[in-house]
Structure formats: C-alpha cells, structure tokens
Ligand binder design. Sequence first.
Ligand code: ZN
Ligand code: ZN
Ligand code: FE
Length: 764
Amino acid sequence: MNPNSVGRKIKISGTVQGVGFRPFVYAQALRFNLTGWVRNTSLGVEIHACGGLPALEAFTAALQHDLPPLARIDQFEKQTCPPGNFSQFEIIASQAGAGDFVPITPDIAICDDCQRELFDPADRRFGYPFINCTNCGPRFSIIQDIPYDRPHTTMSGFEMCPNCRAEYENPLDRRFHAQPIACPQCGPHVWLELPSVDPLISGKESIAAARNLIKAGKILAIKGLGGFHLACDAANPQAVDTLRLRKQRSDKPFGLMAFDLETIERHCHLSDEETRLLSSRERPIVLLERRNGSSVAAEAAPGQPTLGVMLAYTPLHLLLLQPENGYSDLWVMTSGNLSEEPIAYQDEEARQRLSPLADGFLMHNRPIHMRVDDSVARIAEHQPFLIRRSRGFAPQPIRLPFESPPLFAAGAELKNTFCLARKQYAFLSHHIGDLQNYETLAAYEAAIPHFERLFRIQPRGLVCDLHPDYLATRYARQRSEDQQLELLQVQHHHAHLAACLADNDWNSDEAVIGLCFDGTGYGTDGAIWGGEVLLGNYRQAQRKVHLAYVPQPGGDLAVHKPARMALAHLWQAGLDWEPDLPSVQALCAEERTVLRSQLDHKLNTPQTSSMGRLFDAASSLLGVCQKVTYEGQAAIWLENAADPAENGHYDLEIEAGIVNPGPLWSALIADWRAGVSLPRLSARFHNSLAHLAAKACRVIRQETDVGVVALSGGVWQNRLLLERSLHHLRQDGFKVLLHQQAPTNDGGVSLGQIMIAIANGIGG
Ligand code: ZN
Ligand code: ZN
Ligand code: FE
C-alpha cells in the first residue's frame, strides 16, 4: 500500500440505482487508480475509495460532474477515513435495506447509442425492437417489486443468453446490470394478429406488414411501453375519421408520433426549447404550432392551430416509423381505449376491448406491469409546462421543502393523480384519469398499493378533497375507517395553491397570494368555486377575492352546453337574451323556456364562481363553441380565436372582494354589435381577466403587504391569459410562482394535499 494513501467514504443519495451508477463509479476509480469498493444501500450508493489525495479529490469531483445521463444526486456526503487494505476497486454486494426506499427511475426513451446499434446491420441487435441499456429503456412499467433486479421485473421469464449475460456482468459494458437487457436470441419478440390470417406473422415481417397496413389506411392496436396505442396514418383523413368514430371521440385532438425531428419540422414550427423538450429522454407529447400546408388530416386535431406530437421513444416505434418512400412519416398514436376509459395494457384485455376499434394487433411478449400513458407538455414563457405528468416523469420523486410523515393524498376527480410522501420525497403518481367510471377507479385502486410497496410507504395519515361525492374522497374515507387512519379533507383551491408552493420549493410559512383559476372545485360553503384569489400558506388559506356567484343550470349539463352558462350569466347580469346572440341561437325556444324557468325558480342551479365556466360562457356568446366534448374545449377554442396583437380590455371592479362580471358581458355585446371582429373580442376578453388578476393582487398587497403570487388551476393552461397576466404582475413588482414539475391542472392537486396535511400535523 502506498504510504501516502488516504481513505474516503462517500454516501450518495438520489436517483443512483438502476441507472448505471456503480459502473460509473467503478470506471472513475480505475481512471484515478484508486482501490476500494462501491455498493448499493437502501439509501443510495456508498463508496470506500483509497489513494493519493489529489486523485481522491479528482475522483470526488468527477462523481459529481460527469454523471450518467439518468442519474440525479440529491445528497452527497464525504468523510475522511483510514485507508483500507485493498488490492483493487470492486463492485460489491448490496447492503440489505432497513425498510427504506430508493427512488425508481421512470421509463426512458431509447438512447443514441442503442438507436445507432438498432440501425447498424453489423450489430447483433440490428432491427431488434427491444434493444436497451443502462441509460435507456423500460423501468417503472416493468417493475413488480424492489430491489430493482431482473427477477422483480416482467423480464424475469426471459433467461439471458451467454452473450447478454457477459455484457450484464461486465462493469465496463454499457449494459452492466441493465435489468431489461435482451437480444433476438433470448429476449421478447413481436408478432402481428390479424382476423382471418393464420398462422401469425412474427419478427421483422410483422413490422413490415404493420407498416403496410397503416399505409393502406388501416387502424392498428400496437402494444408499446406503458400500454396499447391505436395507430393510423395521420395524413389519411378517412383513416383518422374512422378512428374517431370507433373511439367515440368527437373533437379531442389525437397524439401523433414521428420518426425524427426533421419530420416534425415539416409539419410544425419548432423553437429551440420545443426541440429540446421533444428530444428529451422523457419524450412527452409536445403541443406545437402547426405549419400551413402540413399534410396532417384536419380530423387529427379539429379546430386547433396546434398539433400534439412526440418523437418515437422505443426501438419498436422507430422501426415502425422508419422513413421510406410512399410510407407515412407521421402516425396518429392515441391511447388504446374507448373514450375516457383507462388505456389497455394487458394482452387479453386489449384483444377484448380494442378488437371493435382495430383492424389488427401488433403484440409482443414483454408484459407491462404498470400502465403509463404518454405525458403531455408545452412550452410557455420559454420553459416547459406539464399538462399530463406520466410516462418518463412518474414516479420520479419530487423533493419536498419539509420532511413528511408517511402520508397518502387521494387527489382530485378529473385528471386524477394520487401522491404518497415520506421524509423529504413526494411520489406523485402517473396520470390515472377521470375517476368517473369503474375501470378508472379499478386502475386507481390497483396503483396505490403498488406505489406503497415500491416505495415502502405505510401511510399514517390520509388527505383528500372536500367534495363528498368524489370517488377519491370516498376511497380515502373508507380507508380511514378500515385502517383507523387520521383523515384531513382540504379545499380544492387551497390544494392548488399549496401544490404550486411545493413545486417552487417554498419552505416558509409566510402567506402568499394564490390566483386559483379553475373549472370546478368544491368550496367551503358548498358552492362550486373556480375564480378564486386566496391568501394563505401550507396550513390554511382565506378567500380574499372571487368571481360573483352565478347559477350553473343543470350542473354538469351546463359544462357540455356552454350556451346554458352564457344565458345564465346574462340572466344574472340582468341582460336580455336577444335573439341574434349566438348563445340564444344555440338553444331552441323550448330549451330556453325551460332554462328561464329553471333560473327563475332556482331548480337544480348550483351557485358557481368558476373561471372555467366564465370562459365557456364567453366562448358561446361569441359563437366560438356551442358543444363541449372534452374538458376545456370551449376555452381552448376561444384562446385559439384571439388576436395576440390586440391590447384593448374592459375594466372590472372588485367590490368587497367580489367581482361582478356583468359589465364584461355588456361591453362584449356592445362591441360585437359594433362589428368588432372575433379575434379582437376574444383578445379583449383575455386581457380583461389578466388586468383583473393583477388588480386583485394589488388590492390584497395594499392590505397585507404580501408581494408573492402563486398561479395554479387548469385555466392557467391558457397561454395567452398566462403571458398577459405575468406581464402585468411583473410590471406591478410581484414575484410570481409558476408550476414546474407538477401540472397546473388537477393533476397537481394531490401534491398540494400532501403539503397541507404535513403543515397540519396529520400522521405526525
Ligand atoms: Zn440505450
Ligand atoms: Zn441475449
Ligand atoms: Fe382544479
């Protein structure tokens, strides 16, 4: 042993397992001529390294700066210790955990090295649809239990061939301990199932046959990473239309998939930020501005100037979408389900549920353990915003500003996610969906124990929404009874506010202003809230300003027929239902009579302060959208109609904390009658609300001196409103907090619920 040798113990926590971290440490130790060992522990990775001091310093620096692509360091501790008597550096056996957890990586898009091998005729995995390595491939969707080792994944049924095993065991190989390692000799394979064709077509021929079917205008169910997609040629209007009919989905845009960025660039305008987001290892669907002259069928995204596009993220998808003359370079890849049901992910279930929808099935035999939908994101303000946080992101932990006891948060009703927390981490689930049907509830109830097992979390307290009828609330109540666990019910918009704070690592109990603009949330007075300005912290929130209540005739019915909402607004404002108004024309005489008597007699007319419904009403009043078939449609179409060059607005007053929208309606109608164009009217409507948002914050600042504003709620997905509001707020000197890791819509609510539970000592 070198007499100048010193020892150093290093403990690293974060995302450091299953991402090639130990081989990375091993390679760095060889590089600097160190001896000692590295091993996985229940908390991360532990290293004992020995050598000269300069070498140790260089090694320590390299560990923090040249990380493998999927690794993330949360904590790095080093400590001097006596040098051990080692002759070499080794990767030694893991130390068994004392019931602790390590983060599990999400499913990751194919890496550049694997993609190169996939298309290299000399490589032994040439054209193999399941190629992967330590830097890429399936993770979360195939993990059945921890520790993350092959026997605990859906790859356990495949025995490695000698070649794969040699790579798996070589610390200097890119596939060292890559759990899903596979090759054509030993791994999963694909085949095509067609009605009336026997035997099945398998291997490379099945991929070629699938490409031909898409080319011929057929619809295929394709088993992918986290579930089945339904695919067709995006440039074939008949095929897209047929898919819409079969899926019973009238207007909601379909997700598209492309082979490469050049293809996307032919159809959409791309900024640098959008290019980065598209090609990130998470590969979400990104909402992009569509180019004039793109060959994508109008039916793919009716009424939309945008397209939702993702890059192919698995080797199978790359093989399917390979560019070739006469073949489509852009496919519809929508989730394999009927309408709003959860995405199909098991073979037999998919055959049953999707055979009325698909002309054939491209199957494979690598089982999916956890279904995961594609994530959806967009760029606004030059940064990515998640609209749906799922594949590629979940279950990546979110670091909390405070330590949490073991807690479970049930989430909201629409776009549900649940959240588990423990110590400094929150595990926000993948997108579960709208908890309104049995299948989604079943998926919810199956995913919860899976998360609890993977992350070793036994909740000691529960938290859910205030709404008595949410299925998530009922689940939490039942569980609280069954397991004798403390349960906290929190107001929906307080949860939005807290989610935005946590998302910004807000670690104080100082109050902030919460601009919670949303569709629906149960209020503390039983009304439907959604246009709320709160003042609060994690522990509690007060309602300072809100939109005046209007009746929402027929409850949910008014959501699907925005004209009902528009006429209710006019009725509330004492404005006539003049026969030429688009909202009046959208309803027949009989419907209007019933509606009026409903309003006059307060029959089934819950009170609402919803900002989402205000957008619906404006969208109908201006004749933009009279039938809503997916959440937010009327508001999205109204935003699309706006002329961004228009700066006019209408002033709205705040009286005793209440905003009466009446003057907004009379002004809009007057301008409409004066012949002001729709794009300008729509922009003025947006501008008025942006001015109102800033005004409400100024009023509260005057009274309380609070200068920090958090923006949360689904309405903030409206980019025009967001950008205009930010402009005014910043001009007025406010510090503005926006969502970063969690969606601003109800997909982020469960994270906020967790924070409120921590602050109120639940489970502590
Ligand atoms: Zn790879
Ligand atoms: Zn093999
Ligand atoms: Fe909400």
